[in-house]
Ligand binder design. Structure first.
Ligand SMILES: [Zn+2]
Ligand SMILES: [Zn+2]
Length: 123
């Protein structure tokens, strides 16, 4: 069971994400991403994939990561394996996964640092 973290600035309180970095998704028959919230992943996948072949299943399962734009501090979601990492807000390509930004200077206030705070909760 993954632990829940909060990723936030210790100065301005900007919260980039809560969770453990992202979530699973599965592509439905028309290629739309269906979010699989924990702990329901196996049920939703079985439901969406139906009787798809094992090889096809693998292609249709992905992981969306909580990302943030280092230029404008927008909160973004990307499958970093598959998506082009461009900010929807300012079109910057200076995008990082939130977990990689821990310890970096806050993109919003430029003064604080991004911290990973253990909420003490377990999902
Ligand atoms: Zn800040
Ligand atoms: Zn941006």
């Amino acid at each position: 069971m993954p632990q829940i973290y909060r990723f936030e600035c210790n100065h301005c309180g900007l919260r980039l994400a809560t969770g453990w970095g992202g979530f699973m998704y599965v592509l439905d028959a028309i290629g739309q991403r269906v979010v699989c919230p924990h702990p329901l992943e196996p049920f939703i996948m079985a439901d969406v994939l139906g009787d798809a072949k094992p090889r096809e299943r693998k292609k249709r399962i992905g992981f969306m990561s909580h990302c943030a734009c280092r230029s404008c501090a927008a909160k973004l979601l990307f499958d970093v394996q598959r998506d082009e990492l461009i900010c929807h807000n300012c079109e910057s390509t200076n995008i990082a996964e939130v977990r990689q930004m821990v310890g970096e200077t806050c993109p919003k206030c430029g003064e604080g640092k991004i911290k990973c705070i253990d909420t003490g909760m377990i999902s």
